[in-house]
Ligand binder design. Structure first.
Ligand code: BGC
Length: 253
């Protein structure tokens, strides 16, 4: 069978991870490389690390890169957990230059949108039917919305207002850590948040992603919401897979 490989890089507040992805299965090909995110996470310094990751594999093809930011036509319009110098910066042009590629060979997208693409492109058919919302619960909350498999990019549902606060404040996984909450207590806050979300968007299905999705058995059943919610099937590699997909074929469906 002919190889159908892509390359994805996931930029987070603490680490920059990349690897080769099999675009048919969404599986990792070989090892993943992780380099700590430079501090401060200035664009030039981060781009150099992205170059280092890609060169490590001798990869010459298209590259997809995620950022925890709103991205339109390669330009960042927000910067969560990364240096504010990213704001209004043409991230796609910066990465293309660093990688010696044309801008058409580089895709830059929001981290949660990438994680959603991984699930939608490689998951069961029913994920591509109706309105599916993927949420990543981590330091913040990221969101990705799909209608019949097509992404509506840059939804920022982590910032919905719940009880007068930004939803991330109590419903992100970091809030559980910070307050040392039990799963029950945290799930109570997540339910409150999801009820606001489901009243506004009426999804057919919610996918719970982010690091805590690895412990889905501890909390998903505690949620008191009307929408079906399932754990993401891609765990740590979701962003990388979705980024590789986006660079190579946008999204299939
Ligand atoms: C940001 C999103 C990002 C999410 C997860 C939020 O604070 O606003 O753009 O997707 O964190 O990193």
């Amino acid at each position: 069978m002919a190889e159908n490989h892509g390359f994805g890089v996931d930029i987070g507040g603490s680490g920059i991870k990349g690897c080769v992805i099999d675009l048919d299965s969404g599986e990792r090909v070989g090892e993943r490389v992780r380099i700590p995110t430079p501090q401060p996470s200035k664009p030039e310094a981060v781009a150099e690390v992205v170059g280092e990751v890609v060169r490590e594999f001798g990869w010459k093809g298209p590259v997809g890169v995620t950022l925890p930011a709103v991205i339109k036509q390669g330009v960042a319009y927000s910067a969560a957990n990364i240096d504010k110098d990213w704001m209004r910066l043409d991230a796609r042009a910066l990465f293309a230059k660093q990688l010696g590629l044309g801008t058409e060979s580089v895709a830059v997208l929001n981290d949660a949108d990438a994680a959603g693409l991984a699930e939608i492109n490689h998951g069961e058919t029913r994920l591509r039917e109706g309105v599916t919302v993927l949420l990543t619960f981590g330091t913040g909350i990221g969101s990705a919305v799909f209608l019949n498999g097509a992404l509506v990019p840059n939804t920022e549902f982590g910032h919905l207002e719940v009880d007068g606060h930004d939803a991330e404040k109590h419903a992100a996984a970091s809030a559980k850590e910070e307050h040392d909450w039990s799963w029950e207590k945290w799930a109570h806050h997540v339910s409150k948040y999801l009820r606001v979300l489901e009243d506004l968007v009426w999804p057919d299905l919610i996918i719970a992603g982010g690091g805590v999705s690895k412990k889905a058995e501890k909390w998903l059943h505690l949620l008191d919401i009307r929408t079906e919610i399932i754990p993401a099937s891609f765990k740590n590699d979701a962003g990388i897979v979705g980024a590789a997909d986006a660079a190579s074929f946008g999204h299939k469906h």
